[in-house]
Design a protein around this ligand. Sequence first.
Ligand SMILES: Nc1ncnc2c1ncn2[C@@H]1O[C@H](COP(=O)(O)OP(=O)(O)OP(=O)(O)O)[C@@H](O)[C@H]1O
Length: 630
Amino acid sequence: MDTEIKLSGWSPALMTGKTKLQEGGSLDLTFCDLSYCVGKGKFCKKLKTILHQISGSFKSGQLTAILGPSGAGKTSLMNILAGLKKSGTQGKVYVNGAERNFKTFRKKSAYITQKDHLLRNLTVDEYIISAAHLKLGNAVSNKEKISTVELVMKTLGLTNSQHTRISRLSGGECKRLSIALELIDNPSVLFLDEPTSGLDSSSSLQCVALLREIARSGRTVIATIHQPSFRMLNHFDHLYIVASGSCIYQGTVGSLISYFKSMNLNCPSFHNPADFALDVASGEYGDVLERLVSGVENGRKVYQDTSMETTTSAVESNSQNNTGDIDADEEVSMLSGLPKKKLATGSRLMYAAPFHTQVAVLLGRTWRTIWRDKILTTMRLGVHVLVAILVGFLYWQIGDDAASIFNNVGMIFFNMLFIMAAAMMPTVLTFALDTEVLIREHLNQWYSLKAYYLARTLADIPFQIFYPVVYLVPVYLMTDQPMSLERFGLLLAMMIWLSLVGQGFGLFFGAAFDIQVASFFAPTSIVPIFLLSGFFVTFDSIPRYISWLTYFSFARYGFEGSMLSVYGYDRSPLSCSESYCHFRFPEKFLEQFDLTRSSYSWSVVGLLVNYILIRTAGYLALRFKLRHVR
Ligand SMILES: Nc1ncnc2c1ncn2[C@@H]1O[C@H](COP(=O)(O)OP(=O)(O)OP(=O)(O)O)[C@@H](O)[C@H]1O
């Protein structure tokens, strides 16, 4: 029955022997009368019950499959067991017989999402090494980290592709990498949401065989699974079948057919038992769910003995069987007489690595990914150069000509708009993927959101300086702005501030909304801000009851600062290419825009406040997202 799978470059011996990976404590998971309801919010007055008081027991050393039709509640159950979902839940979860402590349990478990959200521009070894630094912390020496990384790569068959960029990995390799990243700190429990989805049958089989070997090393491995093939099904030690939020079977794969038979449901010959179970769960064999649920007492019992075709009351031994061997006669400890082996509850640090290490590792990693994103980096550079040249020719040598002074202001305003948009839009578009990676890693306790956000903010700064410089130098020279290094510096500082604020807006919209909403909402909400800059309508002309709004417009500060850089500070009269120029004196021109009382320093303060506000809003949006992710 049991099929032996040959895995290229992967050594099961590493998992079965006494290895470093084996040193973590074994954790048996038992849950009792779990219910989960959703709804009853602002928009939904009715409660929808997803899980109906289900119970069950998943042991260490075993690979458990949670099976069921779509919408049965598999993912919900796993999320609750993993501690990712708390609100709307009722019932108890025990770990080694003691009631689960969320914090401690999260530290000892890892959750591998269905989609492999990975940083595509890192290589396999870079990613695993960064995970080692973050997850093992400074208490483990670098030498030990490297040997752990090598062991994990060897175990997961990733050694041959260790220098390959993740964007070039196959689906199966990506899945193995996702598992490798979480195995680094030796979690006792692994949750996997549909680990085989998107993989071909041979990769799926390899993946499940690998999971079984991981389980054999003493871990509790739980995976939701969709329509496993017969061969794949045989790799699971324990099956837990969910239908409409209730448990209709719990036991070994071998006992499944006899259980159904005992319920007068005969699986046709040559039929995959998993398919049959799914058909039954979907109601294709009539209204039998109630009977099946009571057959295993909604998961309180484990169906065990095929020859006797009976269900056995589940008691004791929950903590006794940590070897990973499946003993058919064994009774499973569940709801009564639970052993009182308690997990150490933690006053320990939430994250393995200290804050500064988290920031340093994330900074290095973010830098690499931005730098290696050649298409985006080159495109951004190219766009800045091309637009600068276009603007240079369009406004050729007008900077000192009073006859073209309004054109020059138009050019200054355009610079603001362009720098802002060029910083904002790439962030809006790329941050959606980054957020997925953040969610996965943060939920698995790699690092704090604060460390991530700080690293992200710091990593972006060089780019927000570089692009405005690349843009402004040719524009300044070609349009013949005043040849003063000081004025150039002041104008450049304004552009850099606008770029930073623009990038902050991109981050906020990327964090708060999904990509479709954000890419519409970000540019359209920036437009009214520019309307209040003082360029389209002077501050004097804005009605009093609305003029206070201009103080919230970063564009106002950008415009004031830019105008003062070019026309302020007692600039000498401009030349005039026509017989009469009304605005030869820059001071008079500033009066026209109601800018004589403006101050460059206040403009900087205004932009700084805007920068801090928008960055804080971005942080809060991300925090909200992380809390409501499931
Ligand atoms: N927050 C929610 N609000 C409303 N309904 C929800 C919510 N979360 C889950 N559900 C519903 O609960 C049911 C179970 O969802 P769950 O994702 O657990 O199913 P599943 O068995 O994992 O399905 P699939 O195999 O298709 O992923 C579904 O009908 C789903 O629509």
